[in-house]
Design a protein around this ligand. Sequence first.
Ligand SMILES: *[C@@H]1O[C@H](CO)[C@@H](O)[C@H](O)[C@H]1NC(C)=O
Ligand SMILES: *[C@@H]1O[C@H](CO)[C@@H](O)[C@H](O)[C@H]1NC(C)=O
Ligand SMILES: *[C@@H]1O[C@H](CO)[C@@H](O)[C@H](O)[C@H]1NC(C)=O
Ligand SMILES: *[C@@H]1O[C@H](CO)[C@@H](O)[C@H](O)[C@H]1NC(C)=O
Length: 392
Amino acid sequence: MVAPVVRRFRPVEVISCVAILSILVDGAVDVTGCPTEFLGRCTCRRDKYEDRIQFITNCTNTRFTDVSLLEQIPPETEVLIFTGNTLHDLPANVFGLEENNLTVVDLSDNRIRTIKGQTFHHVSDVYRLILNSNDIEITNGNEHKRLFSNFEVLRELHLTNAFNDRVNSTVALMSLERIFRGSELTHLRRLHLEDNEIDSVGNPNIFCELPNVEQILLSYNRIFSFPFNISCLKKLRFLDLEFNNIQTLDQTTLILFDQIPELTVDLKGNPFVCDSYLSDMLTWMKKTPVYLRQRTDYVCKEGRPSSNIGLALDDVKETEATSYMVIKTTSGSDTFWTVFLTLFVVSILLGSAYAYRRRKAILNKLAPEWRNLVSKLYYTSLVEPEPTPEAL
Ligand SMILES: *[C@@H]1O[C@H](CO)[C@@H](O)[C@H](O)[C@H]1NC(C)=O
Ligand SMILES: *[C@@H]1O[C@H](CO)[C@@H](O)[C@H](O)[C@H]1NC(C)=O
Ligand SMILES: *[C@@H]1O[C@H](CO)[C@@H](O)[C@H](O)[C@H]1NC(C)=O
Ligand SMILES: *[C@@H]1O[C@H](CO)[C@@H](O)[C@H](O)[C@H]1NC(C)=O
């Protein structure tokens, strides 16, 4: 009997075989239509996007951590959806050195922190850039002023919840203004800045670098009084201010709005205080040419008289003066004052309890003639006028 010869492959042979195979399949696509490097997690194919058949490369929630995959997207890609990954830092030439056909780039939710000045090349046909839900850190002049300068026809810039929460939004907006100035986004029509904790701006003329902007979306920020100079924006048509902290709009802002022809403003979800401070705005609402979108949903969060509370602004018949302190409580920092007052009361109670026990302990050690005097002092100090919280 001759035993069959079993030829075993040595590990080195297996490895070189795999290496040769992977060289052969490099640049190959799998059943998803995408390069094999995408591990079957994406789809790359022609499909409908905005009423047109386009080549869409779609890597959604793919958990990639290798930013160099962006260089390997199929060259015919027009719409690139690359979201739900961990990229952190975008390098120079993020889409490679070759020409491409990109028109839409969605890099949302990728934990992007830094974007280099040379990151976006070969993006001259991109009309929509989406950078929502990232942690972009642009602060104190470390931004790259020409960041968007290669987007020659950019019409929409989406920066919803785009900045790192640790970055002061005022500082971020100042950086953004320098970037706008360096990038010459003359085709930009729509700017999304929702949900960025914006409360104030360093430079009220920040949007003046976007001469053709038509829509500025600022909902879900913390705007208390409108801080932007928009009289430079001749094309502005829509200002979305839903769900901010606006209690009333002052005369300057109302005049500013009125000067822009065919302007639509949305103020839904703001905590309007329907007291005498609102009367200018109420008068304005009756005669302004500005179209107030969803105006039946503008509701009094606070009011004087208190019967105004819950009324639609259009239904408010009368307003009364409110004292300064009452306005403070309703200034969108209700939680702060509630917590503050609770802590204040609790600490007074604890303090009194502690002091009472200490006093007893101390008094017991004192001679009787001293006890009376100390007791008297103790009560005197308690009735000292404390800063009374009732005015708050
Ligand atoms: C991309 O893929 C995700 C998840 O598969 C899907 O929900 C989304 O609609 C796709 N986007 C486009 C533009 O095809
Ligand atoms: C880009 O699109 C043009 C025409 O739409 C086409 O001729 C060209 O091959 C495309 N480029 C790539 C890299 O697919
Ligand atoms: C943010 O920065 C501005 C301008 O430097 C400053 O006035 C403001 O107090 C800062 N806000 C916070 C919350 O640090
Ligand atoms: C607002 O913009 C207009 C037009 O660009 C300009 O004339 C004016 O000085 C600006 N106002 C402020 C306060 O910067």
